[in-house]
Design a protein around this ligand. Structure first.
Ligand code: PEP
Ligand code: MN
Length: 337
């Protein structure tokens, strides 16, 4: 249920929160431009008791949230959320580009890539230190050593860093280094991990599972939001279909759908979405055209030597050219790059 307040009076709002919690619900405060609402999230069976809160001072109305995703949906928050990563605003006018290698492989590799993507205009450096690989014999990532190298690259370039956390056991360690925590496609429905994200004060980018529906992605976002972490970014990274010409099918439908049903920012990953470096440019342009708030692009100084995802990684020169082209697409879409 949503309790819509007709006042911004803190005492009256606190009182409503207290009553909601006394009924066994979680209260989430959403300060909108037009209205302040308190979302009461919990067991639907108590909704009649919540309805009675309409008589409390300052309450305008108590209305049910019809969608299963309560905090991620537009019913409680019609205006877009902007996730602020130390001044970089994701979900605002600027299309935020996150770029870097699939995996952090060495000091030289990550520093060289960081300098190159920074110069081309990326704002955030990507790089996995913990890698979810299909085979246990494939390169698994440099783990904490990789995180230290990312931190060094941040220090040298000023880029913020996004990196994947795969298990709850590593969460606090990864959060010490990362500016954004990436939850990979394979962990989109790792519910214990999603719930633990409420214990860290870092933005989370949640990637869509390879066989997950858009509604399931929103329900996973709901886990993170209801755990108490409101800084959630969604990422479309392609899904498995009958098509085998490309690694995945990048579902660009998801971008406007998510924007029409959720206030959360949406990033598109054309690298995993296609699996083919030559398709990354065209799909990046498409992503901007349909309203993506940012792009996640794999870049490697020597894709032929990459320890993971070389075939979908752009060389620094190709990335630079792409960034140049994308500026015009961003402008046509009423955005900046
Ligand atoms: C990645 O970003 O390198 C990655 C492993 O992505 P995904 O979880 O989407 O497969
Ligand atoms: Mn990858």
């Amino acid at each position: 249920m949503v309790i819509v307040m007709r006042t911004r009076d803190k005492q009256k709002i606190d009182n409503v929160v207290k009553e909601i919690e006394a009924l066994g619900y979680q209260a989430h405060l959403i300060w909108g431009v037009e209205k302040t609402v308190v979302a009461a999230v919990g067991d639907e069976r108590g909704k009649y008791q919540l309805q009675a809160l309409e008589s409390l001072p300052g309450v305008e109305s108590v209305v049910p949230i019809l969608k299963p995703y309560k905090l991620a949906g537009l019913e409680v928050k019609p205006e877009k959320s902007v996730v602020d990563v130390d001044g970089i605003k994701i979900g605002d006018k600027q299309v935020v580009v996150m770029a870097g290698p699939c995996s952090v492989e060495s000091r030289e590799q990550i520093l060289e890539t960081a300098e190159a993507v920074k110069e081309a205009g990326a704002l955030i450096l990507r790089g996995g230190a913990f890698k979810p690989r299909t085979s246990p014999y494939s390169f698994q990532g440099l783990e904490e050593e990789g995180l230290k190298l990312l931190a060094e690259a941040r220090e040298k370039t000023g880029l913020k860093i996004i990196t994947e956390v795969m298990s709850a056991a590593d969460l606090h360690m990864v959060a010490e280094y990362a500016d954004i925590l990436q939850i990979g496609a394979r962990n989109m429905q790792n519910f214990p991990l999603l719930k633990d994200l409420g214990t860290v004060d870092k933005p989370v980018m949640l990637k869509r599972g390879m066989s997950a529906t858009v509604n399931e992605l929103l329900m996973s976002a709901e886990y993170v939001l209801s755990s108490g972490n409101s800084q959630v970014i969604l990422c479309e990274r392609g899904i498995r279909t009958f098509e085998t010409a490309t690694r995945n099918t990048l579902d660009l439908n998801a971008v406007p759908f998510l924007e029409q049903h959720s206030h959360l920012p949406v990033i598109v990953d054309p690298s995993h979405g296609t699996g083919i470096a030559a398709l990354v440019g065209p799909m990046s342009k498409g992503a901007i055209a349909v309203g993506a708030d940012g792009l996640l692009i794999e870049v490697h100084p020597h894709p032929e030597k990459a320890l993971s995802d070389g075939s979908q990684s752009l060389r620094p020169e190709a990335f630079r050219e792409l960034m140049h082209d994308l500026a015009k697409f961003a402008e046509a879409a009423g955005r900046t790059l």
